[in-house]
Design a binder for this molecule. Structure first.
Ligand code: PMV
Length: 324
């Protein structure tokens, strides 16, 4: 085989980011915004990664050098070591998922890298294994990932996730709703935001324990509401979740202004999504209201995206498949 190509979706966390790192459940959804990785064999003794956004980097087979493309190398190297060989690889990354913005771009790229490299090497890896490889790559991006990003990017759909306990699929007809995503334009590091919340938790354990518990209750209630198709309730719970994220210090004036503008324009609920401090907010909307909410956010946000929840997780594709 000359080359193999895989696509994996980005994600949004609807409920429970940060609290999921502390063991509470979270709810995440795969979105119709994706990353694609093409893997080819090469005669070099190493892994070359080429990305539209980050340019090119070459890694020797046992390379420790860091940088934005290093996690991609880590995912491919894990697959190479399972295959038991030391082949040279060229990897080409094309992603429509905004980076460093809370939409799981690094996890999606790692998942697609693992799947494409495995196919190229004719290795049959289970989805569980692909997700695990992407998780290890994520630990390079930020030290303590909960695992929610690689899980939802691997399996797709809507998931209820608890660190260490795996995930459950949430069964819900998502056709009446859309997610409107608005970028604050502020880049931030997930690792730094996670560390900030953990420090606050250590400083005020008796107070934060209640906030974490409330977040867990929110996730359980939101799961039930999704299963009942009660999107009004899901929206309200997302609003409460934004309040909890504000309480642990990861919102800011820009994110709050986007959240309030979305609600005023008719969103069912809106909150920051992902690590916060910048990045995106997510607004849950009826399909027919989504464009109106998006229009209301356009003057405030760097970029506004409207997407559905995608059932599809990682998959191998023909070279002609379009990237969403
Ligand atoms: O902003 P993102 O897409 O990197 O998501 C981070 C989500 C956190 O809950 C803050 C961290 C994690 O590992 O779950």
């Amino acid at each position: 085989m000359n080359n193999a190509r895989a696509i994996a979706p980005g994600k949004v966390i609807l409920i429970g980011e940060h609290f999921v790192v502390g063991g509470q459940p979270a709810i995440a959804a795969a979105v119709e915004i994706e990353a694609q990785v093409t893997a080819e064999l090469s005669s070099s003794k190493g892994i070359k990664v080429n990305s539209r956004e980050y340019g090119e980097a070459f890694f020797a087979l046992e390379d420790g050098k860091n940088g934005p493309l290093y996690p991609v190398y880590i995912a491919a190297r894990e697959v190479l070591s399972i295959a038991g060989g030391s082949r040279g690889l060229n990897l080409t990354v094309e992603s429509n998922i905004p980076r460093a913005a809370g939409m799981g771009s690094s996890a999606a790229v790692a998942v697609a890298t693992a799947a494409a490299t495995a196919k190229l090497l004719e290795l049959e890896l289970s989805l569980e294994k692909i997700s695990e490889i992407a998780y290890r790559s994520e630990t390079v991006v930020h030290g303590k990932p909960s695992g929610v990003d690689n899980t939802v990017s691997t399996y797709g759909g809507l998931i209820f996730y608890k660190k260490g306990a795996g995930f459950q699929r949430i069964s819900c007809d998502v056709s009446p709703i859309r997610l409107v995503l608005a970028d604050s334009g502020i880049e931030r590091s997930t690792g730094a935001m996670v560390a900030k919340v953990l420090t606050l938790k250590e400083s005020y354990p008796h107070i934060l324990e209640h906030v974490y518990h409330a977040a867990g209750e929110l996730a359980h209630s939101a799961k039930n509401a999704l299963e009942e198709g009660d999107f009004f309730k899901v929206g309200q719970l997302m609003n409460i979740n934004h309040g909890l994220l504000h309480a642990v210090g990861v919102s800011n004036a820009k994110l709050d202004s986007l959240v309030h503008a979305a609600r005023e324009a008719g969103a069912l609920g809106a909150k920051l999504t992902g690590a916060g401090g910048g990045g995106f907010v997510v607004a849950l909307c009826w399909k027919e209201d989504a464009e109106r909410v998006a229009d209301a956010l356009k003057n405030l946000a760097k970029q506004v995206l409207v997407t559905g929840i995608s059932r599809q997780g990682v998959r191998l594709v023909e070279s002609s498949s379009p990237l969403r």
